[in-house]
Design a protein around this ligand. Structure first.
Ligand SMILES: [Zn+2]
Length: 430
């Protein structure tokens, strides 16, 4: 199993911690001196950059939230003058003002290095032809992967998102071996490829998927359909974009680029730092961002950190699969429900496809959750007892995992919405 940067990725843990501390001190100093938000927060908490004498002292620094970034839109968190900024990205801003990210030349080099590591871990090499099916827009996904894959030496097809049939014809004609997409779009592409009958002419080696959380069951399904290894990677616009962490071939958690990011897990309610291995909210601090340093950013992503050595030889700690985004969590009749729990149940059931929609409604002060899922065989709609049996089976399985009664509606094949970017499967009508 290839490693892109042996020196960094196999670094002795003590040496790594010393390096992290040195970089943390510098980052805190820069953030304090050049970003008003961080200076105000630290002053209010009575903390100075000199108070950082060990890595554990990071807990003295106040958290940064998405709200902080929105309030300082567009460039309030930049730590350098605009003449040193060479790229600006932004999140889609579907739920409010967008989040912006400013990069210096050095930041872009660091970003390419992070992606080169993640993509190599996911199986990409200079021999590969990599198709980037993320949109080349303000969104960080496409450009992030682009320069990292270029650094490795892949032949890149910058096709961007959309026009699925064309995507598949290009895959067939150009001989694409690596696909970059969201897991939900990769699933849709597989569906269309099967319908077009081109899957036999596509010879994928690896799918390097990210930009949305997915379940282990969805990975298995993607691997089966594409006939290749599927790895997942993690990142967010607030910190860099993709490249914070990525899975190796062992597929047992995403290796964090720890020389660039310091990860903590906190109790999302109390804000207390939790010991390694406990599940909570991921908090990240950038250790080398020049354009826009991040101090203790609350990602809202729920996970835990894996510290056991990985079979691949990398010494870095790993982030376990994101089990949910605290923003995505639905509270139904007092029970916490993550859409990922529902997905993991649906993908193990026979007779239904991988696409689903969740609708939450409220009648007479009571919350109701409905899941719409597609049948594989349309003829089943006419076989009432079979249909009812399948429905009951799904309801029972969902009750066991989620803990509440969920209404299941079985619909005709290919009738639910498909997504070319990040999937939006939940409609909350409350
Ligand atoms: Zn590994």
């Amino acid at each position: 199993m290839a490693i892109w940067n042996e020196k960094a990725e196999n670094m002795d843990r003590d040496e790594l911690r010393a390096l992290q501390l040195e970089k943390l001190k510098k980052t805190v100093r820069t953030a304090y001196d050049h970003v008003a938000l961080y200076r105000h927060k630290m002053d209010e908490a009575g903390v100075t950059p000199e108070d950082i004498g060990s890595l554990d002292d990071i807990s003295k620094i106040p958290f940064t939230t998405k709200q902080d970034l929105r309030e300082h839109y567009p460039f309030g968190l930049a730590a350098v003058p605009m003449r040193d900024i060479v790229r600006i990205h932004a999140s889609s801003g579907t739920t409010g003002k967008p989040i912006t990210a400013c990069y210096t030349k050095k930041d872009l080099e660091m970003w390419a290095e992070c992606i080169a590591r993640v993509a190599t871990a996911g199986g990409a090499t200079a021999d590969d032809i990599a198709q980037i099916s993320f949109g080349y827009t303000l969104f960080t996904g496409a450009f992030g992967l682009h320069y990292g894959l270029e650094k490795i030496g892949c032949a890149i097809i910058p096709i961007s998102s959309g026009n699925t049939e064309r995507q598949l014809n290009i895959m067939k004609d150009f001989g694409t071996t690596v696909l970059i997409a969201t897991p939900s779009y990769a699933m849709y592409m597989a569906e269309v490829a099967e319908k077009m009958g081109v899957m036999k002419d596509i010879h994928m080696k690896c799918g390097i998927f990210g930009a949305e959380a997915s379940t282990e069951e969805l990975r298995q399904e993607l691997q089966r359909r594409w006939g290749c290894v599927v790895t997942e990677n993690y990142g967010l616009t607030e910190l860099l974009g993709p490249g914070v962490a990525g899975e190796c071939m062992c597929r047992k958690g995403m290796h964090i680029n720890e020389d660039y990011f310091y990860a903590e897990i906190i109790d999302p309610i109390t804000g207390k730092v939790l010991p390694d291995g406990e599940t909570g909210e991921l908090v990240l601090t950038s250790l080398e961002r020049e354009g826009q340093p991040s101090l203790r950013y609350r990602t809202r992503d729920i996970t835990h950190i894996i510290t056991e050595p990985c079979e691949c030889g990398r010494t870095s700690h790993r982030i376990a699969k994101i089990t949910g985004r605290s923003d995505d969590m639905l509270i139904i009749r007092g029970v916490n429900v993550f859409p990922s729990q529902i997905e993991s149940v649906l993908l193990t059931m026979e007779g239904i496809g991988p696409n689903y929609e969740i609708v939450v409604t409220r009648h007479n002060y009571t919350d109701y959750l409905e899941v719409k899922v597609e049948l594989i065989d349309a003829a089943m709609l006419d076989r009432f007892s079979d249909l009812e049996n399948l429905q009951k089976k799904i309801v029972t399985a969902l009750r066991t995992v989620v803990g509440i009664d969920i209404k299941v509606s079985l619909v005709s094949p290919s009738t639910l919405k498909r997504f070319e970017g990040k999937a939006k499967r939940v409609t909350d009508l409350r």
